[in-house]
Design a protein around this ligand. Structure first.
Ligand code: ZN
Length: 182
């Protein structure tokens, strides 16, 4: 199993833990993607319930209001409509109760999973990561190595202490991660 990480020149000298370990922990792309999947599953379960329940409750309630008004007021046609109307109203009431109970019946899927909190990258951390990163080819639309945000990120000229091979520095609006591309 390979991770497909681009390594230049097949170097095996894996760098040890960085000397500056006071950078905050960021959620990995895998963790972010997994949480996003969990949120999508939760949304599919929680909204896939009884679609007819809410409109059924509201429509039958309105029908009952109109029917009761017609039954109890001497608005023509009052008789002989009030007996079948009363029966229809009772049916509408049953429908309203059933739909109302189904509307209130939330599927038992628990509370929604929270999106993982994105910890913004600091300038020092960005510089540290940038100077360690393998050369990366420029592309207009790509995903952020910090949070996976796919966009045409903000692009600027590299600063002096950024990798020499870089022609642009990308900036992610979501997590403030900056990385170099050439
Ligand atoms: Zn990002």
């Amino acid at each position: 199993m390979t991770l497909g990480r681009p390594t230049s020149g097949g170097r095996d000298d894996l760098p040890g833990p960085p000397a500056t370990t006071d950078f905050p922990d960021h959620p990995t792309l895998v963790e972010i993607a997994r949480r996003q999947t969990q949120i999508e599953v939760w949304e599919a379960l929680s909204v896939g319930g009884y679609r007819f329940a809410k409109p059924g409750t509201i429509i039958s309630f309105l029908l009952i209001v109109v029917s009761v008004f017609l039954i109890v007021t001497p608005v023509p046609p009052n008789w002989p409509w009030n007996v079948p109307l009363s029966i229809a109203t009772i049916f509408a009431a049953v429908v309203m109760v059933v739909c109302g109970l189904l509307w209130l019946d939330k599927p038992q899927v628990g509370s929604p999973p929270e999106p993982l909190e994105i910890v913004p990258f600091s300038r020092a951390e960005n510089l540290h990561l940038m100077n360690d990163q393998a050369p990366e080819q420029y592309c207009a639309f790509c995903s952020c190595p910090g949070c996976g945000d796919e966009a045409t990120h903000l692009v600027r000229r590299p600063a002096d202490n950024e990798p020499e091979w870089a022609t642009v520095t990308r900036h992610c609006r979501v997590c403030d991660r900056e990385w170099a591309q050439a």
